[in-house]
Ligand binder design. Sequence first.
Ligand code: AMP
Length: 395
Amino acid sequence: MRTLNDLSFANQRAVIRVDFNVPINENGDVTDRTRIEAAKPTIDYIRAQGGSCVLLSHLGRPKGVDLSQSLQKIVASVTEVLETPIQFCPTTVGEDAEKKAQNLGPGEVLLMENLRFHPEETEGELSFSKQLAQLGTIYVNDAFGTAHRAHASTTIMAQFFNENKCFGALLEKEVLAIEKVMKTGVSPILAIIGGAKVSSKITIIESLLEKVDHLLIGGGMVYTFTKALGGSVGNSICEPEYCDYALTLIEKAKAKGVKIHLPVDVVAGDSFSNEANQKTFDVMEIPDGWEAMDAGPKSIQQFDELVLNCKTILWNGPLGVFEFPAFAKGTIAIGESIGQATKGGAFSLVGGGDSVAAVKQFGLASKMSYISTGGGAMLESLEGKSLPGIEALQD
Ligand code: AMP
């Protein structure tokens, strides 16, 4: 992995693929700067070394030029986060763009217009990629969130830089965190997979069976498993067409020595609402008219013991309908258990989708070793796929 430390940026122009795809409200204000803050260490490092920075990003999904999705809108926020005035280029490639980039002095920053104003970006078109490459002398990729896409700026342009390309600090952290689970994880390794549906997690579960010692299945996926095992699921979310698959998975896990953990009890509601009447049932005996929406107290206790015994913990997907505060206890409890295990020396990675939202919402973020910034890229990494943006940085 070639990182920032391996290259000299003095008097060089770094063209950096960042992920500034931030939420913007109807007044045109950036409502969450997390992604800009996440790119700051890389930009600061290059500036401190005496290099200049040309920033490339997409914003939204414009079909051609659409000024309502111009990156001009984020200039003030980027300036504030970077604590330095930045320049904005209203084009992304071409003569004027190249001139502006070439005129940058050491430490200066230029933000280019939205990459996706050009359909060639997502097509990964070669001559557009070459034009992007003209903007800098060193290519840095710091956009983990798009590393699973073979787009012009995330992958294809890398080939024009020979060895003058590297991982940005954020991308490096993401890749190392995933490796700490998938390659160098210290046993016992636990994967907690929650969320709504088995069908959307099949490839991840299959891939994790090769790596982990324990697999905790939570959330709405549970009831496809319990139905397959002969339980009654009442009105709980269930994919009967995946029951056979669930049984195969249990067999596969057994053969590989992976222990599967399901909740033993669940909290159900008499309607899908936060205000529903609640009752706790054995997970195998949920009556009609009741929908299981959270892990029960015995399960929470058992999961806590399991988590505290593990040295490497991956968490993807909530253990219940955490959007309803009345059914968020299991999700909060597992987050707290992971936090405690982390304090005791375990490595914990939270990634992909709603568990990241839950961790942030319940104030648990600082208790985790690492929280991934990339949804799709994280999921594909867990599925064991290699990401084109990362391959392109390697020789
Ligand atoms: P995913 O994107 O697959 O991680 O799924 C996240 C969603 O799963 C969240 O919106 C949760 O509300 C939902 N979920 C978790 N547990 C349940 C459950 N028992 N019944 C229905 N939905 C659930």
